[in-house]
Design a protein around this ligand. Structure first.
Ligand code: FES
Length: 199
């Protein structure tokens, strides 16, 4: 019976952290984590934020606030990853060389635009006029998207489309890919957003 209670609590924690963007606070851990959180002023000024990605399942996305911006962490499936190298000819900047909106860190200048292929880390703000693109992870024909859609993001404001690496497709209003923020892994399940140099 006590096992059931523990499982129930764990399940609640996973759901809560997944929905809230998992900034790393479980019910039990709150007092401990709080003492290490940056102040609101430091956070606004750009302090790095830590994210617990252990509850993120393949095909899911979580959002973490950093410098007042939404940072998306997407755990891509093997099928989503397999499509990325095939899209280069359809993309405006497949190798993330442009710098007119943001500069992609060297460790993300690859097809998956990330350190670990499985995990995409991007700022969820369109490089056109700053709208927030929506998730379009389902493949195939659907409104406002091409029939051969392989999953990605659609900006509802003026129709820019991005692949599962946040790379913008050709001939769209958005001039650049989604921004990859500086980031690094503290462990397999802990991501630091806003800093990419080891202390
Ligand atoms: S703001 Fe995204 S397409 Fe215009």
């Amino acid at each position: 019976m006590s096992d059931q209670k523990i499982d129930g609590g764990k399940r609640t924690w996973i759901i809560a952290s997944g929905c809230a963007g998992a900034v790393g606070a479980g019910f039990v851990a709150v007092p401990f984590v709080r003492s290490f959180e940056p102040s609101e002023r430091a956070r606004a000024a750009g302090a790095a934020v830590e994210a617990d990605i252990s509850a993120l399942m393949p095909g899911e996305k979580m959002t973490v606030a950093w410098r007042g911006k939404p940072v998306w962490v997407v755990r891509r499936t093997p099928a989503q990853l397999a499509e990325l190298p095939k899209l280069d000819k359809e993309l405006a900047d497949p190798n993330s060389e442009r710098t007119n909106f943001s500069t992609t860190p060297p460790y993300a200048q690859n097809d998956w635009r990330s350190i670990k292929p499985e995990y995409l880390v991007v700022v969820g703000i369109c490089s056109h006029l700053g709208c927030s693109p929506g998730d379009k992870f389902t493949t195939g024909p659907q409104p406002s998207l091409p029939d051969d859609w392989e999953g990605g993001f659609l900006c509802p404001c003026h129709g820019s489309t991005f692949d599962m690496s946040g790379r913008v497709f050709k001939d769209k209003p958005a001039p650049d890919n989604l921004e990859v923020p500086p980031h690094m892994y503290l462990s397999d399940s802990r991501l630091l957003i806003g800093e990419d140099k080891k202390a």
